[in-house]
Design a protein. Sequence first.
Length: 130
Amino acid sequence: MSLASSAVSTLLPVTDTGRAKEFYSDRLGLPFQGTNGEGSLMYELSGGTTLMLLPREAGTQNPSTALTWEVADLRSEISELEGRGVVFEDYDVPGLKTVDHIAEMDGERAAWFLDPDRNVLCIHEMAASG
């Protein structure tokens, strides 16, 4: 078996599983699969990927992007998520500036938002090749 062809699980720390479940299930619309023996919330994503939200103490979050989804229509996805109460971040720092929540980068456009535990999440769209 090769790692390149194996399913991947992403694990994110959360301090309040009830609050996390509301965000990931209701606001993001991810399909909740249940809770494992340690109390982690489990979500089955595309391609056999699993997202596990681990109950942890505050302060275990990574300040960098923890998870990103590739979407076909970034503006439409932003609008849909905002309609469910997701708040997008805006940046104006050297090397990264967002306009209407979107950063244009080499070959892609991206937008970031935080979950209730301040894990940084992203949606991005690849530029059309032509």
